[in-house]
Design a protein around this ligand. Sequence first.
Ligand code: HEM
Length: 616
Amino acid sequence: MLSLVSPTSWSTSYQIAATGVATGIASHLIFFIRGEHHVRAPIIARVYLLLLAVVSFYGVKTLGSSEGSRAAAILVGSYVVSLITSIVIYRKAFHSLRAFPGPWMAGVSKLWHVFHVLDSHNHLFLDKIHDEYGKIVRTGPTELTIFSPEVLKVMDGPGNNCTKAVWYDILLPLTALNTTRDKAHHDQRRRVWNQGFTKKALADYEDRVNSYGQQLESHIAATAGKPVNVSKWFYFLTFDVMGDFAFARSFKMLENEKWHYAVLMLRRALTLLGPFSAVPWLIQLALSIPIIPIVRDWRTMIQWCSDRMTERIEVEVDKPDISSCLINASKENNSIEQDRFLLDGDSVALIVAGSDTVASTLIYLFYRLALDPSHAEKLRQEALGVDIYDPRALQGLDHLNGVINEILRLHPSVPTGGYRETPPEGVMIAGQYIPGNITIVAPRYTIGRLPTSFVQPNDFVPERWYSKPEMILDRRAFNPFSIGRYTCVGKDLAIAELRFVTTLLVSQYNIAFAPGENGERCWKEMRDQFTAAPGKLELVFTPRGKICFVLEDVSLENNIEFKQQLYLSLADDLDAVSGMFTNTLALADDGKKIQSIIDWHISCTTTGTSRRLSLE
Ligand code: HEM
């Protein structure tokens, strides 16, 4: 202790501290301030641990255990303090974002953000930030979150020079279509993917969606009148569909009525992205520590997808799937082995991007229908006489399209994700210059609810998309699938799936909340983990009564002919109808009135070559 205060010791301590301070400042100004280091985070952490061990060992060896430990502590302490001080001073006083408004700590470190979103409610947190700080907010040392409809076009629209931000290195060493940061490489890869989404391929996938939809419906029929955890069943549906499209192999969750272990693992692994998406280097660091259970899930999930790809490379399948296009392109180039990091990455992207997104949209859609059954009734009326098994017939249903748009506006499947980096020359957004090499975040959740873009922005009004266009003030604020080169490759497929499943269930069932359920859990407990993961939703489906007629050769394309045929058929079989329509039988001679009754009560499904018409 005495030696600590001796003049020699003091000067030595000062020298050691000065060395620490100089090294700290130098490592900031020479290394950390330049370029990207997130991918190297695990290596940097190991180097620091090694240096710590070397300094401690050397100190103890040369100065003895007490003096040596003290010297090592002074060196390390002064290094860390000066490094942090240098970083903070630079970020707060010199950085090009220093003048942008935002929470003080946001300008210091992104760890601030992690601390605030440990509950994975990033969308709600950013919404609050918008209320407090306005349109353009500094939410990180090198990050701006921009709550303006214009930002989506500047980021991804025609002629933009933005690139994907560091977040997208998440799968490295694997690279998927959506995680490729190099634009030229992305475009080349996208051309390969597009071959899996031709009109012909889509028609085939749509037929397969129909059969999975029917499997879901038969489960609902079996549990009719009882509470159903629809969150679970919509995930079963969308993962089965994507397993089939991706690898020609369903997860069979609808059939087995239980989670597939790989899907459970994948869903657990994705929870990592809730709190940690804000700090990509922390994700890279965490992923390098396999003893963390969630990291084990992440790795097993990636291995599972990779194994499926191996299987698909080795075994030909008898139905088209998206992997076929990816594998064939690599086979044609004789580059299967070199492309494995792309193929494996793509298999992860396919499963996650195609399942989570559609499932969350379906959950919120049925939540809204249970909350306000008048929309379900409107959907039923609109689908009368429409062959719901024909995707083209569903395309023109205004209320259906309005409901889907409104769900994607209020409950976007990608609420915050889609981080971009500005080009070195910077960009102009909402009349404001945004400096170069800055991460920009455009939260769809808040942008879709801006009062400057939508009248009654928080209300569910599907009509704004067809009969009340005056309720849309700025359409640029609606961008659920992104635009430009990164636009969602599965958009048409997703919309076809949403249209079909919605019409199938709505035309056959009344939908209500289960006893004790009010629907709040599904949005209050939603996790924003790049894709949205809604909380549980329990509904009761009650079958609507039916009398069935089978009509041959009915042309559904021609509505008038269809109605005439139907009327004739009813007239032949009025006894069968009387049970249902006793109070309207008196009108049997009045074709028009019967027709209007039919308009209200008919839904139809296809059975083989004939059309089955179900009357309620
Ligand atoms: C409601 C359903 C869906 C929504 C809202 C949605 C939304 C999006 C968004 C916003 C992006 C851009 C993400 C980014 O910037 O990083 C995207 C990209 C992508 N989506 Fe979707 N998606 C949906 C369904 C699907 C489906 C069914 C598939 C697969 C069949 C799919 C496959 C992809 C892929 C591969 C990309 C990357 C495209 C590229 O970078 O070129 N998505 N999606």
